[in-house]
Design a binder for this molecule. Structure first.
Ligand code: FDA
Length: 513
């Protein structure tokens, strides 16, 4: 097997003593020579860019069964100098929950997946390791008129998602996932177990959007459920370049953010094979959902956005939980698929994000579209959800997530490639950087805002030792605008020695290094 150095032995010894019995130890600690190590590690890797032989590996993965195991892991990794990476769903687009350049262990919350739904009081407790699919499933098992406003991909974990904000098809009506969190259970760097009251409002504010792996280990969240009608209407309209995609998207920018908050609308830009033109073209997919019936939807769109040409055949009435399958790219058959973490393929990817406050001129959209015709964009997508609605009503400093009123939409650019082509990954990543640079004149400025849940290490990273406030401000203001200052204050108070950290965690002031 692998030869372990002293600190490794000391860590394992420390943890074994605290876990006390052998059968617990074998279910909780996975070191590199354990036959299950790779499968436990890979089970929650959702970006194969970070599962190559060259990717740094944790010396151990700890999968706690109870709170005391989490505290023991924290205690022993602090005592023996291992960095801790907390993993819930493993969707971090830069792999930060399971990769580090310094010796590290993963605290994997895969056994913290309990969900308790209380329909009478319209609340639920959800543990961090639960996926959004499991949460939605648990709500729908009890009622079809309550929901939770979080992300669209069912395998995303509650832990990381809520830590960065989190949005999906209900956000124009109810705001972010983080806007609907009312309590939390967390372990701080000193091993104290805290709830909203004992952590205080500053910390409770920071953990709802200030980014994961920074303030402590959040074990569970208490969330407010939100009402939805028994029947919602989803729709999809595809327009390629030959069908006026550019002009229609241009027009969409003036309208979508002003539509009623019962309507969610998202535009996806992708390269497609067009049978009509017999060649590759670029398609704008207008996909959305109304919290209401099909007649109401068609009347609304014909009145406000006739250019879309929405017809009944584009629409589908269904329950909210079925809409989760629809937007998650899952077959509209059994909702049981929401419990399957492997329902969708995992590729290698790089993501970047922008916020847009002024409509992009047609010439600008033409250039964006033509970049999607390039070879590297075969598996690329720009995901563009309209803002407005409830997002306009929430003040910028309410939570760390600052991108509220004044945004027409967000744009997330994701370029993907298959693992076999890893050697070539450079060309895909440079395509995404070229796209980002192309978009500069059309997007938010000073700062150029970005969404922390689509982390982008191109924006800057912490040093391994001391990182100054000024250095971290470069990316900190992009993600959090002025809220960055308060995040630094909270961090300085709860974790002054900067134990919880990663490449883009909030640094404390005056840390001793
Ligand atoms: P992961 O476990 O990787 O955690 C992310 C970060 O939070 C890491 O830094 C980690 O250390 C930290 N962390 C995790 N659990 C923690 C805990 N319990 N306590 C403290 N820190 C913790 N976003 C969105 O808003 N809407 C959407 O629809 C989607 N869709 C989507 C699809 C796909 C395919 C991907 C890859 C990503 C998205 N996202 C998204 C982005 C997603 O919200 C973001 O990546 C989340 O941080 C993922 O949370 P996980 O728990 O899955 O990741």
């Amino acid at each position: 097997g692998t030869t372990l150095s002293h600190p490794h032995w000391d860590f394992l010894h420390c943890l074994s003593l605290r876990l006390a019995n052998y059968s617990t130890i074998s279910k909780v600690i996975y070191v590199q020579n354990n036959p299950s190590y790779s499968s436990v590690l890979n089970a929650s890797i959702h970006n194969t860019r970070f599962s190559t032989p060259a990717t740094p590996k944790p010396f151990a993965i700890i999968t706690p069964l109870k709170t005391s195991h989490v505290r023991s892991t924290l205690y022993c990794s602090k005592k023996h100098g291992f960095q801790l990476r907390i993993r819930s769903g493993g969707h971090d687009v830069e792999g930060l929950s399971y990769v580090s350049e310094v010796p590290f262990v993963i605290l994997d919350l895969l056994n913290f997946r309990a969900i308790k739904v209380d329909t009478k009081n319209e609340v639920a407790w959800v543990q961090s390791g639960a996926t959004l699919g499991e949460l939605y499933y648990a709500i729908a098992a009890k009622t079809n008129t309550l929901a939770f406003p979080a992300g669209m991909c069912h395998t995303v974990g509650a832990g990381g998602h809520f830590s960065g904000g989190g949005y999906g098809t209900l956000f124009r009506k109810y705001g972010l996932a983080a806007d609907n969190i009312i309590d939390a259970r967390m372990i701080d760097v000193n091993g104290r177990i805290l709830d909203r009251k004992s952590m205080g409002e500053d910390v409770f504010w920071a953990i709802r959007g200030g980014g994961g792996n920074t303030f402590g280990i959040v074990l569970a969240w208490k969330i407010k459920l939100v009402p939805v009608p028994a029947v919602v209407t989803v729709f999809t309209v595809n327009k390629n370049l030959e069908q006026n995609a550019t002009k229609i998207f241009h027009r969409w920018q003036y309208i979508a953010h002003k539509l009623p908050d019962d309507l969610f609308m998202n535009v996806w830009i992708t390269k497609v094979n067009s049978s009509q033109v017999g060649m590759k073209t670029v398609q704008a997919t207008f996909r959305g959902m109304l919290l209401g019936g099909v007649d109401e939807l068609i009347t609304l769109i014909q009145d406000k956005f006739p250019e879309l040409g929405l017809a009944e055949e584009n629409c589908n009435e269904m329950s909210w939980i079925e809409s989760v399958l629809y937007f998650g790219g899952l077959p509209l058959q059994s909702v049981d698929i929401l419990l399957d973490k492997n329902a969708l393929p995992t590729l290698s990817l790089k993501a970047k994000s922008d916020y847009v406050k002024e409509p992009i001129p047609e010439s600008g959209i033409e250039g964006l579209m033509s970049m999607f015709l390039e070879e590297e964009a075969d598996n690329a997508v720009a995901m563009i959800p309209a803002f407005g609605g409830k997002m306009d009503d929430i003040p910028e400093n309410e939570l760390p997530y600052p991108h509220r009123a004044g945004n027409l939409f967000e744009a997330t650019y994701i370029v993907q490639w298959t693992k076999e082509e890893n050697a070539e990954s450079g060309k895909y990543i440079s395509w995404s950087r070229r796209l980002y640079s192309y978009m500069t004149p059309y997007v938010s400025k000073s700062p150029r805002e970005a969404y922390v849940n689509y982390r982008d290490l191109d924006l800057g990273i912490n040093n391994n030792d001391y990182t100054s406030y000024e250095q971290a401000s470069i990316w900190g203001f992009k993600y959090f605008k002025n809220n960055f200052k308060r995040l630094v204050q909270v961090k300085t108070k709860v974790d002054p020695m900067n134990f919880f950290r990663n490449e883009q965690s909030i640094p404390p002031l005056l840390s001793p290094w």
